[in-house]
Design a protein. Structure first.
Lengths: 239, 338
């Protein structure tokens, strides 16, 4: 058994032409953990995701996945290692059906089309979209497209999934369903880091919360600890 | 799912089309008309080959004449210097074009969208100038194939009929390759790259690798079409196989018929070549340049009225007919996005 944590981020920083989006962020994620990542708009949450998933090369610091240094790796290499992600603004494959979208994800582990299709059907069922399998992805509602992205990411058989605002714009019932979905992902042994503004969706299910403000980590603890943290309250309410 | 039914219906349609193509020359015996059919098949073959990279993978090349020319010159030079049969010469031309595609794709695929298209134009233009100034390739004078030989060995014939069946065979081969790609994971990856390249990467798809596969396969098949052109015309020069108008024509055939659809370019070739040939007889030699006017008009018509091509238009019509079963919707207006 590998004793290294699933993900270890150490002193991560990212600057764009002088604009510092992430600065000196360190944290650890264990296998199967649910991590909530919150912070005001512009706090650097999506930038952090992009660094973890290989879309950005960090300016400073290191990222280790299962003990292996993956700093500056490509998105396709990160996906192959087991890091999957969804996008804040959905990016489904418009010209494909829902099922075909998920098949593309499944093909990372199995290039045979028929077997990828079976795998994709399972993942569509997992997110509750089986009845939409043959619908063009462009005809799905935004909420369905977000779930489709989750199914597509899960089809790559990740160890860590990065969910970027999957609950935004959902009604209270849908938020509860999304929370339940995250919990079922956890039950499969997959760790997740969830960027979310919908507190009632994330607080009840997260094992730990990370709070970013102005690109830096200002708090790291259980949801209860975070809710009491003066720095977090200041960041959200202003001083 | 209705996939099984669709495939078998498609299969029957394709078989019927192939049977029709096989017996068509029995009804059309006039050499000039047979020549017209050959031109359609040549156009269709180029379009289907282009569609692999420009349609499925969405990487619009406006420089495919470079592969066409490489194919024509490679097989012809091998025939003239070594006496090598064009059957092998065409394969060699395909390999040279594929290698060239790898070399040009590496830098060009760092560019996206319109910039990639512009780079391919530049590559084709440079190649045309290089060949025009190459003494070894007879420069602007061009190359003549031996007129004193004929038969299947040298692939030179006195009648049109054998050419018809050779190009029909090459078209079938090209469609089969395209079909195999469409059905494999590669076809799914191509469409994913076209729709949302960043999302494709997040699912482990290497953009560079799969774009290079698309361009290389497309280049190989396009070059074989170029070799056939040389055999049929028995004369090639830089202007006839490396010209920008050929690049545009290749792309337009696919775009007109319906990009990213297996038989779209075949339909596109029937329409485009028919218009082209009729305008040629109508305007005669005074009409040199009319083909460019026609291409331009076609591009505008397709862009305005049916970005998914004539096949897309037919699909829309079928869907809106009363009582029609909802057709498989595989396209969106995004498909023709360059």
């Amino acid at each position: 058994m590998n004793t290294a944590p699933l993900l270890a981020v150490d002193g991560l920083g990212k600057a764009f032409d002088g604009l510092v989006a992430n600065r000196d962020i360190s944290f650890i994620v264990h296998h199967g953990e649910i991590i909530g990542l919150i912070g005001p708009n512009g706090a650097g949450k999506t930038t952090l995701f992009n660094c973890l998933a290989g879309f950005h090369t960090p300016t400073t610091g290191r990222i280790a996945f299962e003990g292996q240094d993956i700093t500056g790796s490509t998105p396709e290499a990160a996906a192959a290692l087991g890091i999957a992600r969804t996008f804040q603004i959905v990016r489904v494959f418009q010209s494909m059906t829902a099922l075909e979208n998920v098949m593309v994800g499944a093909m990372l582990r199995n290039k045979r089309v028929a077997e990828a299709r079976e795998r994709a059907e399972d993942e569509l069922a997992f997110v509750g979209l089986s009845h939409r399998a043959d619908t063009p992805a462009s005809d799905l509602t935004v909420s369905e497209q977000k779930r489709l992205e989750v199914a597509r990411a899960l089809a790559t058989e990740p160890k860590l999934i990065l969910l970027d605002e999957v609950m935004a714009g959902l009604n209270p019932t849908e938020v509860r369903e999304a929370s339940a979905l995250v919990h079922r992902i956890h039950q499969r042994g997959i760790a997740s880091i969830i960027v979310e503004h919908v507190m009632e969706g994330i607080m009840p299910i997260a094992h730990r919360m990370l709070v970013l403000d102005y690109g830096a980590k200002i708090a790291d603890g259980t949801p209860a600890e975070i809710a009491e943290n003066p720095a977090v309250i200041a960041a959200y309410l202003g001083e | 799912m209705t996939t099984g039914i669709n495939i078998s219906r498609k299969g029957v349609g394709t078989a019927a089309l192939l049977a029709l193509a096989a017996v068509l020359p029995l009804a059309v015996t006039e050499p000039s008309q047979q020549n017209f059919l050959i031109l359609i098949l040549m156009g269709a073959q180029m379009g289907v080959a282009w569609n692999i990279v420009g349609g499925y993978a969405g990487q619009v090349s406006l420089g495919h004449a470079v592969f066409y020319g490489i194919g024509a010159y490679t097989s012809t030079m091998l025939l003239l210097t070594l006496g090598l049969t064009p059957w092998i010469g065409a394969l060699a031309g395909g390999l040279v074009a594929a290698a060239f595609a790898l070399a040009m794709g590496w830098p060009c695929f760092r560019l996206k969208g319109h910039y990639f298209a512009m780079a391919t134009i530049a590559v084709a233009e440079i190649m045309q100038i290089l060949v025009t100034n190459s003494d070894a390739l007879e420069g602007a004078v061009g190359l003549y194939l031996p007129m004193d030989q004929s038969g299947w060995g040298v692939l030179i014939f006195l009648s049109k009929l054998p050419y018809y069946y050779v190009i029909l065979g090459l078209l079938v081969l090209t469609v089969l390759v395209s079909w195999a790609i469409e059905r494999s994971h590669i076809g799914y990856y191509f469409r994913a790259i076209k729709d949302e390249p960043e999302a494709a990467r997040a699912l482990g798809v290497s953009l560079t690798r799969y774009k290079l596969i698309a361009l290389t396969v497309s280049a190989f098949l396009t070059a074989m079409g170029g070799s056939f052109y040389a055999q049929k015309e028995m004369f090639i020069d830089p202007g006839s196989v490396f010209a920008t108008t050929i690049s545009i024509k290749i792309a337009l055939i696919a775009i007109l018929g319906g990009v990213g659809r297996l038989m779209g370019p075949v339909l596109g070739a029937v329409i485009l070549i028919t218009i082209e040939e009729y305008s040629r007889t109508l305007f005669g030699s005074t009409g040199s340049g009319t083909d460019m006017i026609i291409y331009a008009a076609m591009i505008i018509l397709v862009a305005v009225f049916s970005p998914s091509g004539v096949l897309g238009l037919l699909g829309d019509l079928r869907r809106h007919l009363p009582g029609a079963k909802p057709a498989e919707v595989k396209t969106s207006a995004k498909e023709a996005r360059p």
